[in-house]
Design a binder for this molecule. Structure first.
Ligand code: HEC
Ligand code: HEC
Length: 421
């Protein structure tokens, strides 16, 4: 009975809550690791998956992809549990209060009504790790998947892993701050992945210092590969339909990057090879590759969210569009319907737009992709390294580096246009 309710909850609600869905869905992953070898999954083979989209994906493929995006760990428990021992940390110290403070989100739709009522009435102890375990058991913590079982009569977190939703989903706060409906594809600008990883006792103090240096909304997806530390902002995963190449440096199409992240960052079990980066990983069974097409279909189905009503001046935005294409010369790179010239194969040397060259230097292409402008209201700060805190800072940056001379009104209109995208 204990495992059926949140700690410190009044008995009134105890009987009606917590059907335990995750217990039944429990999945076991084979942990066989064959080791690094030359893999067949090169950027080329993935590129060809992205080509056959003429007919559009089925609703079924999209739904499958959504489940993968939200709930699939690709067997990465071998890292988050066996290596980092995060299950011990969570159980010992990560109360819901701590979880929310590092930007983790709770999916209100996964909570039974009785739990919502108890939360609303302030009857749930947010300072108890037992509550965190109860939430994990209900699959309610966005991007984390826990295997909670009863051991000696107590809820115990046996294994924990991460999913894509960790960094690329948030919630709408409709229930409470940090608790609401999922917003897939939205960058979780409050999530502090470095601070979460740094909770692990399995790291050196030097590693912890690096992870703790990133701050909310930032992550370095190459630190564990090359040892360098130039974190980038967590980008949104929506609005990528029709964009030929993903990542800030245009390293490859969606599925290339998904495989990279799933295998090298989440530490899922699968294959990823890129000779340009000197990476060749092959693990059996491969729990990643077969899921890439549906995962891609789901991501490409995620539309850019519309800016909230009243968040920009529509008439000024209309005029700002003319500034964007005219006086400010933005459209020379932010071209076409995606507002990026990446589809014509162009990448830009960091110096062209006054960008810090260090991150690009660590990537396959060594140059920056013109970011497809989308949902800018949602994911400040801007540029790969978050060096522009606001859209006004973005415009000021370009005025300096491109030597533009905009009037005060042009500048303001241009900013309103950017807010409208
Ligand atoms: C720990 C946080 C984290 C997780 C987990 C994560 N990503 Fe990302 N993702 C990032 C970062 C950081 C970048 C930016 C890297 C770059 O552009 O060089 C990124 C980039 C992307 C992009 C490119 C966006 C663009 O503008 O081109 C897509 C698409 C994406 N991720 C999808 C996924 C999918 C699918 C998964 C699960 C397989 C996933 N991510 C897991 C942090 C994460
Ligand atoms: C020479 C090509 C070029 C021109 C001209 C250009 N941009 Fe960019 N833009 C880029 C590149 C490349 C990036 C990615 C840089 C990075 O992330 O470090 C970018 C990024 C951005 C971003 C960040 C988007 C995000 O999601 O973080 C904004 C906003 C933006 N540009 C707006 C503009 C505006 C406004 C103008 C005109 C004043 C302009 N750009 C002119 C190439 C260009």
């Amino acid at each position: 009975m204990h495992d059926q309710r949140l700690p410190h909850q009044r008995p009134r609600t105890a009987r009606t809550i917590f059907p335990s869905p995750i217990g039944r869905q429990r999945t076991r992953f084979s942990l066989t690791l064959v080791g690094a070898a030359i893999a067949m999954l090169g950027a080329g083979s993935i590129a060809s998956c992205d080509a056959d989209r003429a007919t559009g994906p089925s609703a079924e493929a999209i739904a499958t992809g959504r489940d993968i995006f939200r709930f699939d760990t690709f067997g990465d428990e071998k890292f988050w549990t066996d290596t980092l021992r995060m299950h011990e940390v969570i159980q010992a110290a990560v109360t819901p209060g701590v979880a929310l403070s590092v930007g983790l989100k709770v999916d209100a739709d996964a909570l039974p009504q009785a739990v919502k009522d108890a939360l609303a009435a302030g009857e749930v102890d947010l300072n108890s790790t037992a509550t965190t375990l109860a939430l994990l058991k209900m699959s309610a913590v966005v991007g984390l998947k826990g295997d909670v079982q009863t051991v000696n009569g107590r809820d115990t977190l046996l294994r924990v892993g991460t999913t894509c939703a960790l960094c690329h989903s948030t919630v709408d706060d409709s229930f409470a701050p940090g608790i609401g409906r999922r917003l897939d594809g939205w960058a979780n600008t409050q999530l502090d992945p470095g601070a979460i990883i740094a909770l692990s006792a399995a790291l050196t103090s030097e590693q912890k210092a690096v992870y703790n240096s990133w701050g909310p909304g930032r992550y370095d997806p190459r630190y564990n590969i090359d040892g360098q530390n130039t974190p980038v902002v967590l980008p949104p995963a929506y609005g990528l339909h029709g964009v030929a190449k993903e990542t800030f440096t245009g390293d490859g199409p969606v599925s290339y990057w998904n495989a990279y992240v799933a295998v090298t960052q989440m530490h899922g079990q699968g294959n990823f090879t890129d000779p340009r980066l000197g990476i060749s990983i092959e693990q059996e069974p491969d729990l990643v590759t077969s899921k890439l097409p549906a995962l891609r279909d789901y991501q490409l189905s995620l539309r850019t969210p519309k800016p909230p009503a009243g968040s920009f001046d529509a008439a000024a935005a209309q005029r700002g569009r003319a500034v964007f294409t005219g006086a400010a010369q933005c459209a020379s790179c932010h071209a076409g319907s995606t507002l990026s010239d990446i589809n014509s194969g162009k990448l830009h040397a960091p110096s062209e737009t006054g960008m810090d060259p260090r991150y690009a230097a660590r990537t396959a292409e060594k140059a920056y992709r013109t970011t497809p402008l989308r949902g800018l209201f949602q994911h400040a700060p801007y540029f790969h390294d978050g060096s522009a805190a606001t859209l006004a800072d973005v415009v000021a940056h370009y005025e300096r580096t491109l030597d533009l001379s905009l009037s005060t009104i042009q500048r303001r209109d241009l900013i309103e246009y950017l807010k409208s995208l």
